[in-house]
Design a protein around this ligand. Sequence first.
Ligand SMILES: C[S@@+](CC[C@H](N)C(=O)[O-])C[C@H]1O[C@@H](n2cnc3c(N)ncnc32)[C@H](O)[C@@H]1O
Length: 381
Amino acid sequence: MSSTGDQSPLLAGIAHLVERHGPVPFSAVVDAALYDEAHGFYGSGRGHAGRRGDFITSPEVGPLFGTVVARALDRWWAELGRPDPFVVVEGGAGVGTLAIAVLAARPACRGALRYVLVERSPVLRQRQSEHLALAEPATALGVPGGHDGPVVASLGELPVTPFTGVVIANELLDNLAFDLLVRTADGWGEVRIGVDEADGEQPRLVRHVVPAGETASAAAERFAPDAGEGAVIPWQRAASEWVADALGVLERGRVVVVDYAVRTTAELAARPPEEWLRTYREHGRGGDPLTDLGTADITVEVALDQLEHAAGAPAAVVPQATWLREHGLDGLVEAGRRTWEERAGIGDLAAIRARSRIREAEALVDPAGLGAFLVAEWRVS
Ligand SMILES: C[S@@+](CC[C@H](N)C(=O)[O-])C[C@H]1O[C@@H](n2cnc3c(N)ncnc32)[C@H](O)[C@@H]1O
């Protein structure tokens, strides 16, 4: 029997699973640590974006990111022939910060806009309603248009009703559970998590490497054929499936994901896993993802080749800095600069907002930070 004495409920839950099934996949631990509805980092509402100190998410930097997204939505709406309704689904919407900024920017498409926030954590979903007037999802998705928007609704998972519009997600995929595969002397292995219950010690989670199954080995061979012995790669099935599902529900439009990402899994194989598998706790880098489950965010750099295998090649991949400029960032900053110059002496709200916009832009295009995130776009026509 596992002792469940003082250990955390999440550790106890995993110990229970291990007792029955043997060591569990790494993804099972990540999923519980992030999304368990009582104790997980996001599931319990303990964590939400804005969490990373110097590396807060783009919508949490301030309203500028959402203002640029609103411009992009208008451009895409026009390209689609101004459909009404125009459905925008935001995956991993958290407490709704991006939605609030997009709506505040009053995009031209707003009369036709059905904005659906998709957030797995019920606690975070509850918080969305503090700042957004939420309609029944059926109103957003089921009812024909008529320029009565914007209608805003919230769901726990992607809608299944096909629609014309956009699926957008900022820093969702890097938070979806993933497995770890290791190149060993005998082929590919998989990291599984067991429990060490040394006498007199608190139980703790430990890593075992077991021979990888057929599907896992084939994936590893496909994505990192030249990896040397000891190399580790993430196997990002949940992220790949999410993009494929999002494309599957679109009649016409695009799927746009913004993430800390690399083009190929092989790039990750060449780096130590501590670099691309990161934890964040209380606004700083955290430690081992297997300790103090549920108190830290666990993130992984997204390998775009894995998404491509599941969902087809994206039509475009550009750094966030480039993407923001393509959608009007420089003009917005220039307008802010003019306002600041005119009103700095007065020091009113308009002046303060203008100065803040200039600072936000610097953070959003920082090549050593958010500016280097990749924006990948898939189109359905
Ligand atoms: C890093 S946060 C990003 C929040 C927000 N997009 C931002 O940029 O500030 C990731 C969010 O995705 C949510 N999430 C994780 N898996 C999800 C899924 N399958 N569907 C919807 N939301 C999910 C998490 O609960 C969390 O709120």
